[in-house]
Structures are given as structure tokens and as C-alpha cells.
Design a protein. Structure first.
Length: 293
């Protein structure tokens, strides 16, 4: 199961948006939270590229969720994050006392790696989301997880998008890989090949781990934006990187990941992913499956 199965957004004729929360979502029975989700989704749905990004006007309660998670992750990152992620984090210098506006995130990223953030109401279509990387664009949601569970979210909120992906993209080598992913999407026409590419991205840029200085470290945004995942990822089953297996494996976004794939070194990570993302297309996809059969 992938992101598309969780919290779909529909837009009405008047331009307003409605978020359909799943029955197991922490905020499903909270009418105030649900109204706020719809409000933020509507802001993003009504945004036109080239216009100023709408300001969400976050509440004190929402800023407090950001502060709690930022504080918890600070110590965990020092202990468990890969060096490249930490270097990106140091360079980006995200605020820990308030939720940054997406323009604030872009102002930090653009001088470093020429990436910018743009708002999206919910989960963007896979082709649009990954394809935008080629232009140095990362589409981000603007909502936060429910305040009753600040350390957990079953879906990618702005904490995931910014603390996870923003810090990751701030490292030039990772930013280059993102651009290669976007270019690969533009070369890929079949939905099967696109799904394969997105799943490799999931098991690497979202939930990737790497051996570094004798320790298992995380570099994936999905791990390092989650207090629970960061605390527990070393308990998962870790297999050597197998791109075909990664591109065809099932996963569930609503639970801690029980299966991860690890690189033996940061050098192997960069070499393998730069090569794979840099040449991937429909033909490469077919050849990889043929060799594995």
C-alpha cells in the first residue's frame, strides 16, 4: 500500500477542498482538526504557481507540535542520522521554535542546492510529485499531525516534508539524486516502470539506512522525521540492497517499517543510486526484471 491510499483530497466546484481521513486516523473524530485540514488543503488547492504561497497562520498549538518534535529529533539525529543528512541539516538551519513558511524553507535551500518548496493540498500524483524534482521543486503539504500524538503520524505532514526531506535535500549529493529521479520520471512512460522507480525511492530516500563508521545510520526522510521510526529502525530486518527486490516489494505507510535495505558505505550509496536513477527508463526496468527472473 502506498501514500495514495491515505487521506485523499477532493475539490468542490467552488474551489474548496475536503480531506477524507481514514477511520484509524488520530484526528478522525476531532471536528476542529478536520476543519483545519480542509482549510489548509483549500489554501493549497487554490494556489496558482507564480503567485505568493498562502500563509497558513499556524496556531500556538500547531507551533508547539513542531517544537516538541524538533526537540525530540535533535538528540536522535545526532545519534542515528547519517553524516550527509547531518551536514544538510547544519547547512539548512531550520527553526526549532516555529513552523517555517514554505518560502522560508525555500530561502534556505535555494542558495545551497537550487531547490524550492511549493504547496500541495494532499498527496500529489506520483508522476507529478517525482517529476517536479527535475526542476528543483518539492511539493509539500502544510498540515500537521494531530496534537494528541505529536510524535506519530500515519501520513506525511509538513514535519515529514520539511524536517525529513528538507534536511536531506540540503546535502548536494542527495539533491543531485533527487534531480536524477525527476529526470528518470520524464524518461519513463509505463506506469509499471514508474511504480518500480517510486518503490526504490521509498526504500532509499524515504527509508534508507547505511553502514557508517561501524554503525547502522539512517538517511531516509521517512525515518528521520519520525521519533518512533528513528528510535526503532535498528530493530528492523535489514537486507543488502537489491534494487529489483526493492522495486517490487510491498510496504504499508501506516506502520513502522519492518524491512529495510542497507548500503555497506556512504560511497556505495552514492555510486549505486546515482547510477540507477541516472539511467533508469522503461528499457532498463524491463532488463532488470528479465535478469531477475
Amino acid at each position: 500500500m502506498g501514500y495514495a491510499a491515505y487521506s485523499p483530497v477532493t475539490t468542490t466546484a467552488d474551489g474548496s477542498a475536503h480531506v477524507e481521513l481514514a477511520e484509524d486516523h488520530p484526528g478522525v473524530s476531532d471536528p476542529v482538526y478536520r476543519a483545519r485540514r480542509d482549510e489548509l488543503a483549500s489554501l493549497a488547492a487554490g494556489w496558482i504557481p507564480g503567485e505568493p504561497i498562502p500563509v497558513p497562520g499556524y496556531s500556538d498549538e500547531e507551533h508547539e507540535v513542531w517544537r516538541i518534535v524538533s526537540s525530540e529529533l535533535e538528540t536522535l539525529h545526532e545519534k542515528f542520522a547519517a553524516e550527509a543528512f547531518l551536514e544538510g541539516k547544519d547547512a539548512l538551519e531550520l527553526p526549532s521554535d516555529h513552523i517555517p513558511h514554505l518560502d522560508e524553507v525555500s530561502a534556505g535551500l535555494e542558495p545551497l542546492v537550487d531547490f524550492r518548496y511549493q504547496p500541495v493540498a494532499g498527496l500529489a500524483p506520483v508522476r507529478d510529485f517525482y517529476g517536479s524534482f527535475a526542476d528543483g521543486v518539492f511539493w509539500s503539504t502544510q498540515y500537521l499531525r494531530h496534537p494528541s500524538v505529536p510524535l506519530y503520524t500515519p501520513e506525511p505532514d509538513i514535519i515529514h516534508e520539511v524536517i525529513g526531506h528538507g534536511n536531506q535535500i540540503a546535502d548536494p549529493a542527495f539533491a543531485h539524486m533527487y534531480r536524477l529521479v525527476g529526470e528518470a520520471v520524464q524518461r519513463t512512460t509505463s506506469e509499471e516502470a514508474l511504480r518500480f522507480l517510486s518503490q526504490v525511492f521509498w526504500f532509499t530516500m524515504e527509508f534508507g539506512v547505511v553502514e557508517q563508521d561501524g554503525d547502522l545510520r539512517a538517511y531516509g526522510a521517512g525515518i528521520l522525521s519520525s521519533v518512533g521510526e528513528t528510535k526503532s529502525f535498528q530493530e528492523a530486518t535489514v537486507r543488502p540492497v537489491d534494487l529489483v527486490e526493492m522495486g517490487t516489494a510491498d510496504y504499508d505507510i501506516t506502520h513502522y517499517q519492518p524491512l529495510l535495505y542497507g548500503f555497506s558505505s556512504p560511497a556505495e550509496l552514492e555510486d549505486v543510486l546515482t547510477d540507477f536513477f541516472g539511467r533508469f527508463n522503461d528499457r532498463v526496468y524491463a532488463e532488470m526484471l528479465k535478469k531477475a527472473s
